[in-house]
Every structure is written in structure tokens, then in C-alpha cells.
Design a protein around this ligand. Structure first.
Ligand code: FAD
Length: 483
């Protein structure tokens, strides 16, 4: 059997044809020279590679500056997850590229679904995927008679969410060695990282990842649905799974994750509202985002329909949470700095929303997300950041911009109580930067958004604001200063 070259995001058994297949792993320092990653992301990836190689005679781990130096024998490789890596694989001699693995729907099925549609909407793709893969189906009908529980899954947060934390990771000598290497690279080789180092929080082995999956399904999944969109200052995880890093490293197969969730509904009676909400994230959103990366043209990454040209301010790039007074943004930036991970609604409605309101360059923001998150990869950035969070594609994948003021954050979180700004105030010392930023954003883009029927009501509200001019001036004066 030909040796299988596994990229560092293809580390699970589903990337092999059999457990005995010989494996080539490449640890390339050059990757860390090209992009400034979060220190904990670098640690996680190196730890995962080295754990797979440890004590396994089938695995050859080659340390090299570049992949080209390391791949010296005939190998097969599953389709990589970025255009750059695919280009490299095509250029290397003696490398045979196979179909992608690590996603549920096959590329040809996505293309057949997408072909000829004016709008590519998650809901349509997701229903098709449910039928195609027979997930949460009772014959031809969706389990429980409904496809979508979104309307029930927007509860504001309770005072606290009493769910046990995921099992802790125990670091070992491999982690100690990785930490020493990264310290040395920073000291001697001029390699730079963002974020703080800290105990490894995410699985580096399949056993650790499976333990996290089982724990999530048993203890957190039942509360996943209702509080999916809620935010709590003192609870960075809530009922989220924290599985993205493991699935993106390839340690877990997304189909097995979805099947575990379905089994919890069928065999343990876990509420369909939560199970459907979770299945939608993986079978729906994760796959949808992956396919859009390949389906949209390469230039999609540079889309900028709203003409957003501001560079990211230094405090944001440095994850300088202490420079920020707005409690929500400060807390979320600190989460990125300390963990390289915050949950979805914080990425979308606190980080992305702030950037879009200020007209920060979408491509620079995509790069920032890629660098700063443990689960960040090129494929997951473009549609999530350019399309979903910044509306820079003019609505090719979302029906309206995810722009919101402080009232939204106040309703969906407990941040505003302890904040120096007031969510209902848009002008003056106490003006919430999200509220003022929201009106200022709408004023700036009134013309582009006028034809969007979902924006009709907010734009009517905008026209009724007597102090709009002063709000816009105030926001212009704030510029790129930390709020
Ligand atoms: P849960 O809330 O428990 O969701 C379950 C799983 O669904 C996740 O583990 C993930 O695998 C999948 N998922 C859900 N939504 C998405 C989505 N929109 N795209 C891809 N997968 C999804 N996800 C990443 O994996 N890497 C990223 O770098 C990343 N960057 C993002 C940037 C922005 C601006 C936004 C709006 C979203 C981003 N996401 C990214 C999607 C999502 O926020 C994360 O997958 C999720 O927060 C990870 O935490 P979790 O595992 O607890 O997810």
C-alpha cells in the first residue's frame, strides 16, 4: 500500500485506507515563518503531529523547512484544504491526490445542488444534506416534523448555565518539548506569535478528542439549542462543544460527530431542538462554508462590496484587551488572547460586527481571524468572514448584514450591566460604541442597503433619527481608537 502523506489537518483514521497504512507527516517550520499564528495554535498543531508519530512504526515524521524537501517518495494525499496547498500538491512529482475527506457532502453533490441557483442559502443546502445522508429523518420527513428549530434557539442567557466543564487535558512530555521548541524559535529564529501561551486546552490526540465528544453529547448538548446565541461574561464556553479545533485537525470525522448527536436524540431522548441545532452547525454550516470556499472564485477572498478600506488598528491586531473599555469587546479580545477561541456569536456579533461598523478591510480581518484562532484555516475564513460576518460579497450567502447595536448585545448577554457605556445611548460620553457604530454604518451604506427588504425597517428607523449627523460625526472622530 502506498504511503499516505497526511497534512497537519488530516490526522484522524478516516484519512487512511486502513489502520496499517504507512504514513508520512511533515513538520514544516516555514509555515510559522510565513504567518504569525496564535502561540496556542502552533502548540496544538505541533503537539498533534508529534503525538500521532510517537511510538507508531507506520508513521514517518519528517522535519523540514518546506514540504517539497520532505516528500521524496511516491505518496498519496487526500485533497488539501487550501488552494495554495492544492497547487503545491499538483506541482510535486510522485504525489497522487485523492478526493477530499473530513467533510460530509461530496464536492460533486454540492456542485450539482448549487448549479443554476441564483442564491446559495444554507437552509436549502442543509435540508438537501439531511435527506442525502439520512440524518434526523423519519422516512421522507424531518424527525419531529420540523426542519428548523432556529426560532426556539434564540433564548437570552439565564443567570448561569449549570453544565460541567469539558474534561481537562493533561499535558505530557511531548507538550513540554513543543513548548521548549516554540520558546527557542521565538528567541533564536525570529519566529513570532500572537496571543498568550497557556496550558493546552484542545485535544491533540484522537483519544482526547473522542473523550471531549462523548462528554459534550452527554452533558452539554441538551442545553446547546436554546442558548446557542446567548453570551455570558463569566462563562466563555456555555453549552458550546469546543470541538471545532478537533474536527478541523481531522481528529474527529464530522459524520461521526453528527451520528453521536443523532443517537442522543434517538436513544436517550435528548431534545430535538438542541440536537437539530447542533447537527445544523456541522452537516449544514461547516460543510456549506467548506464548499463555498471552492465554489466561489479565488478572488472572492478580496470581495469588498461595501468599500471597507480601514486597516485594523494596532490594539486589535495585538489582542490588547486592556486597551478596551467596552466590556463585551474587551472580554472577547481577552478570550482570543488567552485561549485562541471564543464561541460563534462572540465572533459574529462582537468582533465581526464591530469591524463591519467601522469599515475595516474584510481581507485583513479574514487574515486576523485565521492567525488568531486555534481552529482558523484558510477554507473556513472566506465565507465566514468575507460573506457572513462582513457582508463584503453583497449578499451572495447572507440575506442581510449581521449589524446590530448595543440593544442586541444587552438582550443576548449580561455584558452591559457592568459596562461604562449604555446600550440605549448613541450620543455623548456614555454612548455605546456598538449603538453609535450601528447607526453610523447604516447611514454610510443607506444607498447600497436600500433595495434589501430585510433592511427596510432599520432604514426607516435611521431616517427618524434627529441626531444622526452628530452620531456620525462622533463616530468619525472616534476613528480607530479603542472604544
Ligand atoms: P459549536 O457552537 O459547538 O458548533 C459545533 C460545530 O459546528 C463547530 O465545532 C464547527 O465545527 C461547526 N460550525 C458551526 N458554525 C460553523 C461555521 N460558520 N463555519 C464552520 N464550522 C461551523 N469556525 C472554525 O472552525 N474556524 C474558524 O476559524 C472560524 N472562524 C469564524 C469567524 C467568524 C467571523 C465567524 C462568524 C465564524 C467562524 N467560525 C469558525 C465558525 C464558528 O464560530 C466556530 O466553528 C465555532 O464557534 C467553534 O466553536 P465550537 O466548536 O464550540 O462550536
Amino acid at each position: 500500500m502506498r504511503r499516505r502523506w497526511l497534512f497537519a489537518d488530516q490526522l484522524g483514521p478516516h484519512f487512511l485506507d486502513s489502520p496499517e497504512q504507512p504514513v508520512l507527516l511533515v513538520e514544516s517550520k516555514g509555515v510559522f515563518r510565513r504567518r504569525v499564528f496564535h502561540r496556542q495554535k502552533a502548540h496544538l498543531v505541533l503537539s498533534a503531529l508529534r503525538h500521532l508519530a510517537r511510538g507508531n512504526d507506520n508513521v514517518r515524521l519528517v522535519r523540514a523547512e518546506t514540504y517539497a524537501e520532505a516528500v521524496t517518495e511516491p505518496v498519496t494525499v487526500c485533497h488539501p484544504t487550501s488552494r495554495a496547498a492544492r497547487g503545491l500538491v499538483r506541482r510535486l512529482p510522485r504525489v497522487e491526490m485523492l478526493a477530499p475527506r473530513g467533510f460530509v457532502t461530496a464536492p460533486e453533490d454540492f456542485v450539482a445542488w448549487a448549479h443554476g441557483r441564483d442564491h446559495l442559502r444554507l437552509e436549502d443546502f442543509y435540508r438537501d444534506a439531511r435527506r442525502r445522508h439520512d440524518i434526523l429523518m423519519d422516512g421522507a420527513e424531518p424527525a419531529g416534523g420540523r426542519w428548523n428549530f432556529d426560532a426556539d434557539n434564540r433564548e437570552p442567557p439565564p443567570a448561569s448555565l449549570d453544565v460541567p466543564a469539558p474534561p481537562q487535558i493533561t499535558e505530557d512530555d511531548i507538550d513540554a518539548e513543543v513548548r521548549e521548541d516554540l520558546d527557542r524559535w521565538e528567541r533564536d529564529d525570529g519566529i513570532r506569535f500572537v496571543g498568550n501561551d497557556g496550558p493546552r486546552l484542545f485535544p491533540a490526540t484522537r483519544a482526547e478528542a473522542l473523550a471531549r465528544l462523548r462528554h459534550f453529547v452527554e452533558y452539554r448538548l441538551p442545553l446547546f439549542g436554546p442558548y446557542e446565541d446567548a453570551m455570558l461574561a463569566g462563562d466563555p464556553l456555555m453549552a458550546h462543544s469546543m470541538l471545532s479545533a478537533s474536527i478541523n485537525l481531522g481528529l474527529l470525522d464530522p459524520l461521526e460527530v453528527v451520528e453521536h448527536a443523532e443517537a442522543a436524540y434517538r436513544k436517550k431522548g435528548v431534545d430535538l431542538q438542541s440536537v437539530e441545532g447542533f447537527v445544523r452547525q456541522i452537516l449544514g454550516w461547516r460543510d456549506f462554508i467548506w464548499h463555498l470556499y471552492w465554489y466561489f472564485e479565488p478572488g472572492y477572498r478580496n470581495a469588498d462590496e461595501l468599500g471597507a478600506r480601514q486597516e485594523l488598528p494596532a490594539w486589535f491586531q495585538r489582542l490588547d484587551a486592556d486597551a478596551v473599555e467596552a466590556r463585551c469587546l474587551s472580554d472577547v479580545l481577552a478570550g482570543v488572547r488567552d485561549r485562541g477561541w471564543v464561541h460563534h456569536i462572540l465572533r459574529l456579533m462582537v468582533l465581526g460586527n464591530y469591524a463591519m461598523q467601522r469599515g475595516w478591510r474584510p481581507g485583513a480581518l479574514a487574515d486576523w481571524f485565521h492567525r488568531s484562532f486555534v481552529d482558523g484555516y484558510e477554507w473556513v475564513m472566506t465565507a465566514n468572514v468575507i460573506g457572513m460576518s462582513q457582508f463584503a460579497d453583497g449578499g451572495r450567502m447572507s440575506t442581510k448584514p449581521y449589524a446590530a447595536g448595543g440593544a442586541y448585545i444587552s438582550r443576548m448577554s449580561d455584558y452591559c450591566g457592568g459596562c461604562r457605556y449604555r446600550p440605549q445611548v448613541r450620543l455623548g460620553e456614555d454612548a455605546c460604541p456598538y449603538t453609535a457604530g450601528y447607526w453610523s454604518f447604516l447611514a454610510r451604506h443607506e444607498r447600497e442597503l436600500a433595495g434589501n427588504h430585510r433592511m427596510r425597517q432599520p432604514l426607516q428607523g435611521l431616517r427618524r433619527l434627529a441626531d444622526l449627523e452628530a452620531v456620525v460625526e462622533q463616530e468619525e472622530a472616534r476613528g480607530s481608537r479603542a472604544p
